[in-house]
Structure formats: structure tokens, C-alpha cells
Write a new protein. Structure first.
Length: 342
């Protein structure tokens, strides 16, 4: 018969083993994304990052990826899900949550962009660090932001070679200020979530969309459009954002694992891979028999001039929030010029 001491020792060993087993359980962070697992931000960023963090943490930190809104809700709910602690990380774009990132949308105003992701990405990240960390990104840790390659106008039934051609056309836009630009040019902006664009185009519920080249083939948009304007209009930031509260709960060594795998050099590396998708996307579009064309220099000058009221609208929005709108807008221009905007 076991003595009391033997029983106590056995219980102690069992408890120690249980505690050890618990200590070995990985910390799981839920990542919720608006886009598909085939989208560039998944293939070239999140999926490789998940593997790298698992390796670097020796399996102690695990990111569970839920693309295509698999955890439920609308795309516009993602930031709320992050702030409510329902998920730990979200992948989204500024315009998906109305009125949540109006300041950041300065970086996607038409014709203020570099034209390549590798150029626009560091400009956007530097601008965020300078202006937005204590307001729009308060309580949020930026894991990664890269911009799309150039976003352009794709249409179903006719090319748009002038503002007159755009008059009355329903055009899908990603957010408020691109919508204001389309309105200024004579079109009618329509908000349509990414997964719903194909069907809306197929049914003729919209006449076209503004969207970047690289996203065309993953969603097969070349099947439901016939004309693509090569003149770059803007670029969207694609954001991977972590709840600061979720980050703060991590032990110091796992925080370091995350910090060692993020930053401007990392994001710019992802951006270079995004730029490599532009040429194959254009080839897939032309292989389909679709037409690529550009605005004439004279018409482009008219479009650029037409954007002044849209820029002033954004500046007024920043001023309303107690920030120096003109200075912030001038800084967007300075940073994008520094990184290659012509």
C-alpha cells in the first residue's frame, strides 16, 4: 500500500506534468481576412508569415487564418471584431469600414501615388508613422501594410477615353474619396464588396470598377470586363492589423518574434512580389481578347485638374479632426515623390 508521502509525490509529479503540458500549448491568434486564400495578400504575405512565425517561435505562436470572412460578419465589421477581441488580427482596406480611416485614405487619392507597390508602400508606412499612430491607429499594432499595384478603370461594354464617356456609368469604388473622384469625373460611384464584384459585373448591375491589376486574375474579373485603362489612378493600402491588447498579452520573447518579422523592409519586400503580378495580369487580360488603352496626355491633364475639389475635401476632413490637413496632404506628395512618383 502506498504511503501518504508516495501519493503526495505522485500527485506533485502529475501536477508538474500538467503544468508543463499547458506551458507547451501554443498561443493561438485568429486572423480574419476580407479576401480569398488565393489573393496576393494571402499568397505573398500572410501564409508565408504564418509559417515563419511558427518556425521562429518553435511552435509556441500559431496564427490561424480565416480568409473570405469565414468567421462571419461583413467586411465592414472587421475592425469592430478586432477592437472587440473577437479576432486578434484582420486583413482589410481603409474604405471597407466607412468613416473609420478617412485620414489614411489620403494615400489612395487619385494621382498622388507612385504607381508601383514597392514605391508606394514605404511612402505610406512612413506617412502613417508620422501622422496616424495616435489617432486612427490608436489601440492597433500595424503588422504589415503594402499597397496594391496600380489601380485602374475596368469596364464592361465600352472604353472610357474622356469624362464625357464616364457620364452616368455605375463604377464600383473601394472607398469614399475614390468615390468622390469618380463622381467629380461624371460617373456614379457604387460600393460593392470584393466577393460580390464578379456577379454585379456579370449581371450588368455595375458598368465597371476601379481596381488594381494583380487582383484581376484571382477573381477572374477579366471574364466580366472588356476594357482596361492603363492610366494609373490610385493605389489601395492592404492592411494587416493586430489588436494592441492581443499583442500586449504575449510574453516578451513572442513579441520579439512578431517584431522581427515586420517593418518597412519586410513590407517593401512583399510589395516587390505584388509588382511582379502586374505583367502576368495584363497578359491574362489581353489573352482573353480584352482591350488595354490609355488616356491621351491632354485628357489626363483634365482628369488631374478635376481632382482639386477632392483633395480639398480630404484636407477639410483632416482639419475638422484638429489636424493640419494641408500640411499632411503636402507630406503625402513629398513622400510619394521621394519614393518615385513622377
Amino acid at each position: 500500500m502506498k504511503t501518504f508521502r508516495q501519493v503526495a509525490l505522485a500527485m506533485g509529479v502529475g501536477l508538474a506534468m500538467s503544468a508543463g503540458a499547458l506551458a507547451q500549448q501554443p498561443i493561438v491568434l485568429k486572423v480574419h481576412s476580407f479576401s480569398s486564400p488565393q489573393a496576393p495578400e494571402a499568397v505573398h504575405h500572410m501564409l508565408p508569415l504564418i509559417d515563419k512565425i511558427a518556425r521562429d517561435s518553435k511552435g509556441r505562436l500559431k496564427l490561424e487564418f480565416y480568409p473570405s470572412m469565414q468567421l462571419g460578419g461583413k467586411v465592414s465589421d472587421l475592425i469592430q471584431q478586432l477592437e472587440d477581441g473577437v479576432v486578434d488580427v484582420v486583413i482589410t482596406i481603409p474604405g471597407a469600414t466607412p468613416n473609420r480611416f478617412p485620414l489614411l485614405q489620403a494615400t489612395e487619392l487619385p494621382f498622388v501615388n507612385v504607381g508601383t507597390s514597392a514605391g508606394q508602400t514605404p511612402a505610406v508606412l512612413e506617412w502613417i508613422q508620422k501622422w496616424l499612430t495616435t489617432n486612427e491607429f490608436k489601440g492597433i499594432k500595424v503588422l504589415h501594410i503594402h499597397t496594391t499595384d496600380a489601380a485602374v478603370l475596368h469596364t464592361r461594354t465600352k472604353p472610357v477615353r474622356s469624362m464625357a464617356d464616364l457620364a452616368g456609368m455605375k463604377i464600383r469604388v473601394p472607398g469614399r474619396f475614390v468615390g468622390e473622384a469618380v463622381k467629380t469625373l461624371g460617373g456614379t460611384p457604387v460600393g460593392v464588396a470584393l466577393p460580390e464584384i464578379y456577379e454585379n459585373l456579370q449581371r450588368g448591375q455595375i458598368d465597371g470598377m476601379t481596381i488594381n491589376w494583380a487582383i484581376m486574375t484571382p477573381y477572374k474579373f477579366q471574364e466580366v470586363t472588356k476594357y482596361s485603362m492603363e492610366t494609373p489612378l490610385y493605389q489601395n493600402p492592404i492592411m494587416s492589423l493586430m489588436s494592441q491588447a492581443s499583442y500586449d498579452k504575449l510574453p516578451a520573447d513572442l513579441k520579439k518574434v512578431i517584431d522581427d518579422n515586420i517593418g518597412i523592409p519586410y513590407s517593401t519586400g512583399v510589395a516587390r512580389k505584388i509588382d511582379e503580378l502586374t505583367a502576368p495580369a495584363k497578359k491574362a487580360i489581353t489573352d482573353r481578347g480584352n482591350t488595354l488603352y490609355s488616356l491621351t496626355p491632354e485628357e489626363l491633364a483634365k482628369w488631374r485638374a478635376a481632382m482639386e475639389p477632392v483633395y480639398k475635401l480630404w484636407i477639410a476632413e483632416a482639419n475638422k479632426r484638429g489636424l493640419p490637413g494641408q500640411q499632411m496632404f503636402d507630406d503625402v506628395l513629398a513622400l510619394t515623390a521621394k519614393h518615385g512618383r513622377k
